[in-house]
Design a protein around this ligand. Structure first.
Ligand SMILES: Cc1cc2nc3c(=O)[nH]c(=O)nc-3n(C[C@H](O)[C@H](O)[C@H](O)COP(=O)(O)OP(=O)(O)OC[C@H]3O[C@@H](n4cnc5c(N)ncnc54)[C@H](O)[C@@H]3O)c2cc1C
Length: 466
């Protein structure tokens, strides 16, 4: 191993293990670690790597769940020194490794908020941009891409791009059809006349290194109503979502099935004993006296199977934060359980068209009950027809779960959906792209990759396995 002395403070001779893994449980290896102080340093690393055809894996905060920042040889390029955070009226300028929670806090102090809300706030903005991350509030506000106004990007040859909305790419990338879903981060978004921002967002560290971004902020709503509504049965919760999606204007609709509630009860014993499923919602309001509160109470009392008396409601930021922790506790508990078992995380990230939500959920449930009874949870962004399935599989025999997830991916694609709604495909799910795209469309994407990174150094193994 070589010691890295240029472009940053002294770094350890061995690449620390923290840079060789992410939240997927995948572990890799690398020869050198670079943490440049500025863009010129990033450009030098990339130019040297391109000349020597050395793979470079870009590293954000390491919360990714697809192995995207896990290197298999070559160099790790950490953006950890890029932590600029300037909040202005209507926008913020953020360094690539500014953490989402720091942006949230700074925006809030200025009376604003950053709408995309991936639940893992320890992620970096660069990582969010690379994965086109989205979250619970994306039901109303969409994914990261919609909120990026400007990017500074270093390309594989060391060129530095400073590009804003409407700055077109300087070649024709062809066109790849998009699935009929509200969230998609599978492969590159390609269409004629597109701009650089759209191309780089969601490219998973394979087309360029994001060093800085300008993202849009909105004024904080005067009040927000939050609720965790418990239901006796699963079908009743799903019926309520379909009804509320059509008749109300929440900014989030999140789902927890019974196995999820059983897991959550280890941290939240106050979950009602008779609950068979739950929906978390948030509604923005003009004031704390807004008529929306009564409307929601009526809606919930009128929803068949809703446990209105036992459900939880909040209008204060503190109580809503409790609900956020409740929501976030689930993937954390899943990750802890998987890690303790020494297994790789097995989770889905598929979304389908809204009118196929019920079909997909029924398919998941039937096949999981057949193959993994008592060893799975289903939860997540049901408003966007995008739930996560997690299976607790045998670490010594992961193949059955992997096969079932491929079957799920194929089914989602057949329904007109996507094989990656918000996490990207990284290394662990790269094989799923061919279920969604034709060989011709994948070739268009590869042509863009070859054009921008002829030596194929960036994010090797992400999207493209060979
Ligand atoms: C408990 C938990 C909950 C989660 N919930 C959500 C959720 O609700 N929604 C969601 O979308 N995701 C979620 N995630 C996944 C994860 O937080 C996101 O994928 C996040 O965007 C990753 O950011 P990161 O900084 O940790 O990136 P990393 O893991 O470091 O990297 C992810 C990918 O981005 C690339 N990359 C990182 N920085 C840059 C850069 N500056 N330039 C170019 N490429 C770069 C890497 O090479 C890699 O391919 C969750 C994860 C956990 C552990």
């Amino acid at each position: 191993m070589q010691r890295v002395e240029k472009d940053g403070p002294q770094l350890p001779a061995e690449v620390p293990s923290a840079y060789l893994e992410d939240a997927s449980g995948l572990k890799g290896h690398a020869e050198r670690l670079f943490a440049p102080l500025d863009e010129a340093g990033v450009a030098t690393v990339l130019r040297d790597a391109s000349a020597a055809r050395i793979p470079v894996t870009v590293s954000g905060a390491g919360t990714g769940v697809t192995g995207g920042r896990v290197p298999f040889g070559g160099w790790v390029l950490s953006l950890e020194k890029f932590t600029r955070l300037d909040v202005h009226n209507g926008y913020a300028i953020v360094g690539a490794c500014t953490l989402l929670r720091d942006l949230h806090a700074a925006a809030q102090r200025s009376g604003q908020f950053y709408p995309p809300d991936p639940t893992e706030t320890g992620s970096s903005l660069g990582g969010n941009i690379a994965c086109n991350a989205s979250g619970a509030r994306s039901f109303r506000y969409g994914a990261t891409r919609a909120w990026v106004e400007r990017l500074r990007v270093v390309l594989a040859d060391g060129r530095i791009l400073d590009v804003g909305r409407g700055d077109p790419i300087d070649f024709d990338p062809g066109s790849v059809p998009r699935p009929h879903v509200t969230k998609n981060t599978a492969g590159y978004l390609l269409r004629p006349g597109m701009d650089w921002v759209d191309l780089i967002v969601g490219s998973e560290g394979t087309l360029g290194v994001v060093t800085e971004a300008t993202v849009r902020l909105l004024p904080l709503p005067p009040a927000v109503l939050g609720g965790v509504v418990f239901f006796r049965g699963d079908q009743q919760a799903i019926d309520a979502v379909e009804h509320w999606r059509a008749t109300a204007t929440p900014r989030m609709l999140e789902y927890f099935d019974l196995p999820s509630l059983l897991l959550l009860r280890t941290r939240f014993p106050e979950i009602p004993a008779q609950a068979g499923a739950a929906i978390l919602f948030e509604q923005e309001m003009a004031s704390e006296e807004d008529a929306a509160i009564d409307l929601w109470l009526e809606r919930i009392e009128g929803a068949p199977g809703a446990l209105a008396e036992d459900s939880w409601f909040a209008t204060t930021a503190g109580d809503r934060e409790r609900f956020r922790r409740f929501r976030h506790a689930l993937p954390e508990l899943v990750n802890d359980t998987v890690r303790r078992a020494g297994a790789l995380k097995m989770n889905t990230d598929f979304a389908v068209p809204l009118d196929r939500n019920r079909d997909m959920l029924a398919y998941y449930r039937r096949r999981l009950e057949e193959e993994f009874p008592g060893r799975y949870v289903i939860f997540g962004h049901i408003g966007d027809a995008h739930v996560h399935v997690n299976v607790f599989s045998d670490p010594a025999n992961p193949a059955p779960a992997a096969d079932l997830f491929t079957e799920f991916a194929r089914h989602a694609a057949e329904l007109g959906g996507t094989v990656a709604a918000e996490h990207g495909v990284g290394k662990r799910k790269a094989h799923l792209l061919e279920l969604q795209y034709s060989p011709q469309h994948l070739e268009l994407m590869r042509a863009v990759k070859r054009r921008l990174d002829p030596a194929g150094i960036l994010g090797r193994g992400n999207l493209w396995q060979h």
